[in-house]
Design a protein around this ligand. Structure first.
Ligand SMILES: CC(C)(COP(=O)(O)OP(=O)(O)OC[C@H]1O[C@@H](n2cnc3c(N)ncnc32)[C@H](O)[C@@H]1OP(=O)(O)O)[C@@H](O)C(=O)NCCC(=O)NCCS
Length: 114
């Protein structure tokens, strides 16, 4: 199962803290806010959320509950919380892999579920 999404980075410029909190987790906000261009990272995380929706063919996911974290080497991954674990369990899958990239005006993410 695979999903992809691409979004315009400028879409995430000028968001208020309360707008950010509706869609992004605390840890995502902290990560993005520390970067040179936070919108680029918010955009990448948003793409992961959309791409996961596509991979699962499920529009009822709570975006704030789809949380992108990073390993020590900065490789991104989805935090498998209760909601995601139970979805994976239902479809008999165990692993979600993601990849994010940004260039110029756009960010893109791919999600693969095995
Ligand atoms: C990590 C690397 C691949 C990122 O590529 P980039 O073109 O600089 O940046 P991109 O916008 O395409 O990708 C950034 C995203 O890569 C992801 N990423 C970072 N480190 C990663 C890693 N170790 N593994 C997988 N993904 C990683 C992150 O999701 C990051 O976005 P985020 O911080 O918003 O989550 C790059 O910096 C790198 O290390 N390249 C290879 C090393 C090199 O330069 N070799 C030259 C040999 S001559």
């Amino acid at each position: 199962m695979i999903g992809v999404d691409i979004e315009q980075i400028s879409r995430f410029n000028g968001w208020t803290a309360s707008q950010q909190k509706r869609i992004f987790s605390e840890s995502e906000i902290l990560y993005a806010s520390k970067q040179k261009n936070p919108s680029e990272h918010f955009c990448g995380f948003y793409c992961v959320k959309e791409a996961l929706t596509k991979a699962l063919d499920n529009k009822n996911l709570t975006f704030k509950n789809i949380e992108v974290l990073h390993t020590k080497t900065n490789k991104p991954y989805i935090n498998v919380n209760q909601e995601i674990a139970s979805i994976l369990n239902e479809i008999n899958k165990t692993k979600i892999e993601i990849s994010i990239s940004h260039a110029g005006e756009y960010a893109i993410a791919v999600v693969q579920i095995n």
